[in-house]
Each structure stands twice: as C-alpha cells, then as structure tokens.
Design a protein around this ligand. Structure first.
Ligand code: SF4
Ligand code: SF4
Length: 78
C-alpha cells in the first residue's frame, strides 16, 4: 500500500514538473469552478485574477508550480 502511494505521488510530481519545464499552461475549467478563491489565495506569483466572477490564470506569470491544482476543491484546474 505504501509503495503504491509512493508511486502515485512520484507520478504526480513528475507530471507537475514536466508542465513546469515544458511551459505547458494550467487552465481553469469555468464549468467546474465554484469561485471559492482558494487558487488565488495560494498562488505566490499573483498569476490568478478574477475576470468577472471566475478566476483566470495569467499565463505570463504562471510558473507551473501546481499549487492551485492541489487546493482546488472541484479539480477545475488542469
Ligand atoms: S500553477 Fe502555480 S504559479 Fe501557476 S497559477 Fe497555479 S499556483 Fe499560480
Ligand atoms: S480553487 Fe478551483 S473552484 Fe475555487 S476558484 Fe479556483 S478554480 Fe474555482
């Protein structure tokens, strides 16, 4: 069980790292977003702002750390 969890954690870290290295951007799925603001609160790069009542990621500021992905209660950031 511990090995399985470790393997899954490693895979998740690799995916996040690859996004960061490759410059692949994260995006917010407006249909799933409930506008809770958790992603904006956790982003240390001020890369998330509200556009109307929904947050958007400013791609030029995003470093691909994945912090917003991990706090989103609706898995709306991919
Ligand atoms: S991936 Fe990191 S830098 Fe980019 S929007 Fe999310 S928290 Fe901010
Ligand atoms: S954390 Fe998720 S549900 Fe909350 S505002 Fe951000 S994208 Fe929307």
């Amino acid at each position: 069980m511990k090995k399985t969890f470790g393997a899954l954690l490693l895979i998740a870290l690799i995916i996040v790292s690859c996004k960061s290295i490759s410059g692949i951007a994260f995006k917010i799925d407006e249909d799933n977003c409930i506008s809770c603001g958790e992603c904006m609160n956790v982003c240390h790069h001020n890369a998330i702002v509200y556009d109307g009542d929904k947050p958007v990621i400013i791609q030029s500021k995003c470093v691909g750390c994945g912090d917003c992905v991990s706090v989103c209660p609706k898995s709306a950031i991919k």
